[in-house]
Design a protein around this ligand. Structure first.
Ligand SMILES: Nc1ncnc2c1ncn2[C@@H]1O[C@H](COP(=O)(O)OP(=O)(O)OP(=O)(O)O)[C@@H](O)[C@H]1O
Ligand SMILES: [Mg+2]
Length: 330
């Protein structure tokens, strides 16, 4: 059966392949695995990364540092350059400039041993249509020196009931779960997740968050892209906001853009209708209102700017400008 199965499609033959679920570039690099921006304390180190398509910059001088064990999220509108960045770090795309070190190696020249240490969920996949869930996961397990138990992984991603189903019969969200299973079957040190929960129902997304929490508790480093800001808030230690191929800001979700220092909005209802006060010290406002209302303040809410508020303010109306009609290029 295994002979008919598609394996990782880069650097095969060594016994330790990449946990990839698709392919973007054909060349395997040399095996020197040396880094140009290496820092052993960092899982990922990027300086001045650049990539253009047909002369138009998609990544325009990005610097990134991700520590071991960190969950780092790239946020940004469609076309901002997230997937291009991530796929360069995965060794799937060539860069035009800059220095990149991932787990101590330049992905451009990384070997199969390095590939076995990373896991990947690409933004889009579409293979293994005729194979069952269990077959695909079991097959991928053979490519890793310290693979997890395939049945356990299928269960962890919530596909036990579908283990005998052919991939082509899975729903969109179930298909994505299979992608996640393939990315973690090799027990990666570093996991790249490019919009991993697209198509997940709310419960599946929560389950996925738990799965990620379990991985990080075990020390896995994660680079995540997502358009779900709640997801970034729930999972990421730090986020970077990218637009037009450049990083606008980096910080913890709770403090990004000075969000924690913004005044809170205190809202309540009175006989004249809805009321709102912006306050640096909302506790004081609420205390005074409570005294005035004899303890029970109708419709009381206290909110600070959400991550989405801060993100949208940063991106502004430049979001739409990030969409181009370029022709395809690896
Ligand atoms: N293979 C390619 N050939 C030509 N242009 C490309 C290619 N891949 C990406 N681009 C362009 O590069 C820019 C960045 O694309 P990228 O896929 O990195 O964005 P993204 O931030 O991942 O967007 P999304 O949120 O939609 O996934 C876009 O303008 C896109 O059209
Ligand atoms: Mg993308």
């Amino acid at each position: 059966m295994a002979a008919a199965l598609p394996g990782p499609r880069r650097c095969q033959g060594s016994g330790a392949g990449a946990g990839v679920v698709g392919e973007r570039e054909s060349a395997c690099g040399s095996l020197d695995g040396m880094t140009s921006a290496g820092d052993p304390d960092l899982a990922i180190s990027v300086r001045g990364l650049r990539k253009s398509y047909q002369g138009k910059p998609a990544v325009d001088g990005i610097d990134l540092q991700v520590s071991h064990g960190e969950v780092f999220s790239l946020l940004g509108p469609n076309g901002a350059g997230k997937t291009t960045t991530v796929e360069i770090l995965e060794g799937f795309r060539r860069r035009d400039g800059g220095e990149v070190s991932v787990l101590g190696a330049d992905p451009r020249h990384a070997d199969s041993e390095w590939r076995a240490r990373i896991g990947i969920v690409l933004q889009s996949t579409g293979e293994f249509e005729e194979l069952s869930v269990a077959e695909v996961v079991r097959h991928f397990a053979t490519y890793y020196p310290r693979a997890d138990d395939p049945d356990a992984v299928v269960e962890r991603v919530g596909l036990s009931e579908k283990r005998g189903a052919r991939a082509k019969t899975l729903s969109g969200g179930q298909r994505r779960r299979l992608d996640v299973a393939l990315s973690i079957i090799g027990r990666p040190e570093l996991l790249f997740l490019d919009e991993p929960t697209t198509g997940f129902d709310p419960q599946a997304r929560r389950d996925f968050w738990d799965l990620v929490s379990g991985l990080t508790a075990g020390g896995t480093t994660i680079l995540l892209t997502t358009h779900y800001l709640h997801e970034a808030e729930a999972l990421a230690d730090r986020v970077a906001v990218i637009n037009h191929g450049r990083i606008i800001d980096v910080g913890a979700p709770a403090t990004l853009g000075g969000r924690d220092k913004e005044p809170a909005a205190v809202r309540w209802h009175c006989d004249d209708g809805p009321q709102e006060i912006r306050a640096d010290n909302p506790t004081q406002v609420v205390t005074e209102l409570a005294a005035r209302h004899d303890g029970d303040i109708p419709g009381l809410t206290v909110t600070r700017p959400t991550l989405e508020d801060v993100y949208l303010a940063m991106i502004g109306d430049g979001a739409a400008a990030g969409v181009t009609g370029d022709e395809e290029e690896a």
